[in-house]
Write a protein that binds this ligand. Sequence first.
Ligand code: KG4
Ligand code: ZN
Length: 336
Amino acid sequence: MKDIYILAVESSCDETSIAIVKNGRDVIGLEVNTQMDTHALYGGVVPEIASRMHTESITLVLDSLLKKTQFNLNNIDAIAVTYAPGLLGSLLVGVEFAKTLSYIYNKPLIKVNHMVGHIYANNIEDHLEFPLLAMVVSGGHTELVEMTGDYEFNLLGATLDDAIGEAYDKVAKVLNVPYPGGPNVERLARNGNTCYDLGKPVNDGSLNFSYSGLKSSVINLVHNYKQRGEEVNVNDLAASFQYAAVDEIKRKVEIALNQNNYKMIVLAGGVSANEYLRTEIGKLAAKKGIRLVVPRMVYCTDNAAMIGAAAYPLFLKNKNIVDYSLNAKSHISTVE
Ligand code: KG4
Ligand code: ZN
């Protein structure tokens, strides 16, 4: 079969990224321009600054990729782009850029769901084998998804309130930990003991998640200590929070694993960079005798290689091929 080369564009949040991916698995080149240092000055991503920075850098990112790979864009088979979910202004920069390339080079344009991209990042590491269980954990999503084949999704459960990454980021704020919150809370937790009781989420027997109660417990505990004029141990509180947050994932993944015979588990989304989560889900997988696949760090955080990986089965199935009326969308689920 002929090799398929996809140029993929990702700009949903604060990373401008472009990649060339061969046959959905072989990353020929990947450029990621992160704006993290700029947003750190404000304690979080400022949407207006993010879209402006994407506009400034996206052409330079492509130029750098083409110089490094020496790839001729006439040899591309399709242009893929993240159209949702994310910050609208940021997404639109990538979407319009991809439309322009598709128009100039007369190549098909493929729209890709960012969250599905996070799942397909695992196909760069290892062949996805179905049926599989995907645990999607990011700043906006906490979803347990079953896949019975390429682009065949069943949503088993989702958060009823906050996403796990959002909880990490809010806890970081109340602990006065600088942006990006998740990795910094994880770092504190490494030196802490799980001695604070933050309560347990209501167990309704479903595969849905809840993080607002846990988040509020942390906020209330910090306020109570402050009012009493006592110092909270930041490392211990981070460790106690992380234990509870990951325990919620473990409980639901274990229920799902007992309901079906999955060939593998994959982790997807920014929070999958968390070592503690990776280790704990690894233990569950080992107990069940199935494989856990987790993307390496560069493919865990936002990147265009995962978008190229997710676009490949769409190209083969002739799905999600869109015209120049494509618009961006800020909120969608993994399974839409
Ligand atoms: O997938 P992602 O880059 O953006 C979204 O699509 O949301 O995920 C970002 C989220 C943030 O909430 C960030 O705090 C969290 O992932 N995150 C982590 C870690 N690294 C990133 N959370 C916990 N531990 C980490 N090591
Ligand atoms: Zn992401």
